[in-house]
Every structure is written in structure tokens, then in C-alpha cells.
Design a protein around this ligand. Sequence first.
Ligand SMILES: Nc1nc2c(ncn2[C@@H]2O[C@H](COP(=O)(O)OP(=O)(O)O)[C@@H](O)[C@H]2O)c(=O)[nH]1
Ligand SMILES: [Mg+2]
Length: 319
Amino acid sequence: MPMTPKTLCHIVAGPLGVGKTSAILHYLRDHGARQRIGVLVNDFGPVGLDSTTLAAEAPTTKVINVPGGCICCTMLATLPESIGRMVSDQALDRLIIEPSGMATPAKVIDVLRQMERETNVSLQPVIVMLSAADFDEETLEQMPYYQMFHEAADILVFNRCDQASASKVGRAKQWADKLDPPKLRVVSTSHGQLPAELFDLSVETPHTHEPIAGAHHHHDHDPTVHPGGFVLDAGRVFDEEILRANLARIRDQGIAENRVLRLKGVFHTQVGWQSIEIANREVSMRSSAHRRDSRMEWLTQPGVVDQTRMLMEIERPLN
Ligand SMILES: Nc1nc2c(ncn2[C@@H]2O[C@H](COP(=O)(O)OP(=O)(O)O)[C@@H](O)[C@H]2O)c(=O)[nH]1
Ligand SMILES: [Mg+2]
């Protein structure tokens, strides 16, 4: 069977007015003439101003507007059809999707993941834009509206740096560099001038267990405390009930002779993506907007627990 070339699909998400359309326009100005690019914009209003601007400024680009509300609610059901039609009619090199600032990016990602199985689209690292001018650690960490954006990001862009002090931009980047799981890139810019290389990055989807890079740098100087970790393909789906029960057992009983001092991860489960943690002898689980891969890291004492053993422990069937 002949291989159809993949249509690289980019999601550019972020709060209302952060600079998403500006970023897409910037990319189109530099690359629109050399590639066949389609843009799917989703204005929250009925008029579709973004698509009008885009169509006017990038005449060689095929722009589709999904009007009236956000992709995540009203349009979610018809999104596969719009994308499918756009990809097959236009034989696109790239498709850029701008969900409205009201949309839940994770839901759009889920649609795209499903479409990857059925069509030739290939979802590229998700770009999320935040405002450097409005940077506030507490808001980003505690308000669900902002959480859903930075959690879903593979690439985090702080835009509006022209309106922020250098120290604020510095704090924003410092905060982003500490996020867990780490982002592929954290960049700061103004007026949506994203470095073009952001559109050429790919998410490595490991099919074997991989130690998390740098995991062994996390331990303090106690030689009896040992870190471990793994990253697994997003396509692997875990059983939430089994995961939860095994985490509780691991918290109470440890693994073999080892105590689990700390453990955290994100998992693709049959009931969605879950962020999990063992901290202060409590197990917690909550839904996460992270979509890139399942991963976990831990600290054990006094011995090492390797990836294979840990995976066996968290997937151990219930009796
Ligand atoms: N000062 C400043 N204005 C910006 C910047 N990025 C975008 N804008 C302006 O902010 C408004 C909203 O930008 P837009 O790209 O439409 O945001 P969207 O709602 O995320 O698509 C527009 O008037 C842009 O020209 C920036 O970095 N600095
Ligand atoms: Mg816009």
C-alpha cells in the first residue's frame, strides 16, 4: 500500500487574547508560500473575525472557521469531520488548529489522537501560549482554567513579553522550567513571534521503558535513597482501579524490603488521564490535562526499585 504523506497537525492553544492568531499569522507569513497549510480557527463569537483576518493576510492558506462557541463543547462532535475533509481535500502538509480561549485543549487533543488512528494526521507537540505580562504563579497553579492550559502543553510560550518586566519574564521561565513533567521547550516572545523550529519538534514516543533523563540527579545526599522512573507511550492504557489499589498497597507495604518515600506520575487510564502522587503517606489521584506520555518517578529506601519491577507492581492484577 502506498504511504500517504502525513499531515502534521499543530494545536496552538491558550487563554483569550494571549496571541494565538498572531502566532499563526507569523508562521504563515514565513512559511505559507512554501507549504500547503490549512488553518482551523474556532472563534467564540458568531462572526469569525480570526478566520477573516487569517484569510485576508494569508491568501494561499485554506482557512476554515468553526464559529459559535468553542471546539471543546459545541463543535467537538463535528471536529473530526471538519479536519478529515480539510486533510483529504487539500492534501495538506500542515494543519494548524486554534481552539478558542474557552476550549479545553485536552479534549481537542483526544479528538486528534483518535484521528491519528483513522487518518494520516500526525499530532505534533502541543503549543500553549500564556501571557508573560499576566504571569502569576498562584493563578497558574490554582485556577483550573489556567491549569488545563499549561498541563496540556508540550511547548510553553510566554507571549506579551514587551508588556512584562525582564524580572517577570525571568520568573515565568523559572516557574515553567520546574514543571513536572518537563516541557519540551519553554520560550518567551512578543507578538506571537514563535521560533519556527517549534513547528518541527517531535515528541519521542518511546516503546520501551526509558529512564527519565536526569532522574538520578534528584536524590539528596543520602546514599540509601534511590530514584527511579519510566516514560511510556501515550497509547498504552492503564486500569485506573488497579493503579489506585496498587498505589495504596505500595504506600502501606513498600516494595519488597523497600519503602516508597515519594512517587508521582501521570497515566493514561481507561477513565482518562490521571495525575497520581504518593506524598506524606497519602495517595492522591486527580484528572490531568497532560497528554504526551505516561510517566512516573519515585524514591525508594534503602534499595533500588527498577522500572520493570515498579511496572509489575502497579499493574499487578487484583484478586
Ligand atoms: N502588546 C502586545 N500585543 C499583542 C501581543 N501578541 C498579540 N497582541 C495583540 O493582542 C490582541 C490579541 O491577539 P490575538 O493574536 O488575536 O490573540 P488570540 O485571542 O489568542 O488569538 C491583538 O490585538 C494582537 O495584536 C504581544 O506580544 N504584545
Ligand atoms: Mg484568535
